[in-house]
Design a protein around this ligand. Structure first.
Ligand code: APR
Ligand code: ZN
Ligand code: ZN
Length: 361
């Protein structure tokens, strides 16, 4: 039986989002119906609204979510009604060339629900990142539900489903930060701060936070930054080199997605160091670097998609570390809001007033 819920829908490029009726089908084979308890407001939701991702309106926004499985369709064995889960947008297929080579965190054919959620008039909705969780209930592929310890607060848990995982994974999985490393993180929003937290967890010795906003640098210290640089008032590359014996950092994470800050990351790393790009650029951006330096500096220039995470491996482990008092993920939740407050949360995000606003149900 189809159920009716309230959800946040973006109907056209740049238009304010609306809370409206959404019809959710009963789960079919391989699908799960999830009662959403919390969902963070992420930049990607704003990109959908602004037309930066595609033109498949109407979109059902929201994708950083946690909740409880309410029902499952046929052939679902990994999760059952009553399970507390974080939703992921990497339900690996097991069949593509990446999965077959034992690298499922690159899976090129991830699963989403087969059936469509719709508006009341039957218009099919495009769920953000195949999730659509600014809704009281959502329909996903069962593999998008990752069961974790229910002791964690839903508002905190949901953030692992996207931005916080992207930042933690950029440092730990993609950058391979390890004990004694020097690390610099350029851009200290939620993603950059998560990279700082990841670097601390991995045992980095020096963690340098770079931002143009002093408020963000103060917050970065709470996540484990040992030094800060305001790159509006001083040179980021000089500063990072100065704090690393004149050499540059072993790992530099760029968490903005701009050519000028990527260049800073490139020149601020030590020989044989690693640059990790986790910030998402726009299609108009170009990068110009001296090729001799690309060769001569060695090391690796990597991109981090979703923190190279494998949800089934990473989410339960990170939740357990949090519950053990070793990963203060709750600090990313700047405020909790209602379903009707997503538009206002976008404005706060654009003004840099919050790390994350989280819709709670
Ligand atoms: N130099 C240094 N810091 C900058 C610069 C700059 N030129 N421009 C912006 N910043 C800082 C901002 O002050 C802010 O603190 O970068 C930070 C960006 O943070 P948010 O806007 O909160 O973004 P966040 O959610 O962390 O995401 C960062 O990662 O996943 C991607 O799409 C996401 O591209 C985005 C990036
Ligand atoms: Zn695959
Ligand atoms: Zn996101």
């Amino acid at each position: 039986m189809t159920i009716s819920v309230q959800g946040v829908v973006s109907r056209g490029k740049g238009e304010p989002v609306q809370v409206t009726e959404v019809l959710v089908p009963e789960p079919g084979p391989g699908e799960a119906l999830v009662r959403v308890q919390a969902c963070g407001v992420c930049h990607t939701d704003l990109h959908y609204k602004m037309g930066g991702i595609g033109d498949d309106y109407p979109y059902l926004l929201g994708h950083e979510a946690a909740g409880v499985v309410e029902a499952v369709g046929d052939n679902v064995t990994d999760v059952a009604p009553g399970d507390f889960v974080i939703l992921n947008w990497r339900a690996v297929c097991g069949q593509c060339r990446a999965c077959k080579r034992g690298r499922p965190w690159y899976c090129f054919a991830t699963h989403n629900a087969t059936q469509k959620m719709t508006l009341a008039d039957g218009t099919p909705l495009s769920p953000a990142l195949g999730i659509g969780a600014f809704a009281e209930k959502t329909l996903v592929a069962a593999g998008q539900c990752t069961k974790v310890n229910p002791g964690i607060a839903p508002a905190t848990a949901g953030l692992l489903g996207c931005g916080v995982m992207a930042g933690l994974g950029a440092a730990i999985n993609t950058g391979g930060v390890t004990r004694g490393d020097t690390v610099a993180v350029i851009g200290c929003g939620g993603v950059g701060d998560a990279a700082i937290l990841g670097a601390r967890l991995a045992g980095a010795k020096t963690i340098i936070a770079v931002d143009i906003d002093d408020r963000k640098l103060e917050w970065a210290k709470e996540f484990g930054a040992t030094h800060t640089i305001n790159s509006r008032s001083s040179d980021a590359v000089e500063g990072i080199r100065g704090l690393t014996g004149g050499f540059g950092a072993d790992v530099v994470v760029e968490a903005i997605g701009r050519p000028e800050t990527y260049k800073q990351a490139f020149f601020a790393r030590d020989l044989a160091g690693v640059v990790v790009l986790v910030g998402v650029p726009t299609p108009d951006m170009q990068l110009d670097l001296p090729l001799l330096e690309v060769f001569g500096r060695g090391g690796a220039l990597k991109s981090s998609w979703y923190g190279d995470c494998l949800p089934s491996r990473d989410f339960p482990m990170l939740v357990d570390l949090h519950l053990d008092g070793r990963l203060p993920l709750e600090k990313f939740v700047s405020e909790t809001v209602g379903l009707g407050d997503v538009e206002a949360a976008f404005t706060k995000m654009e003004h840099g007033d919050v790390l994350r606003s989280v819709v709670v149900f």
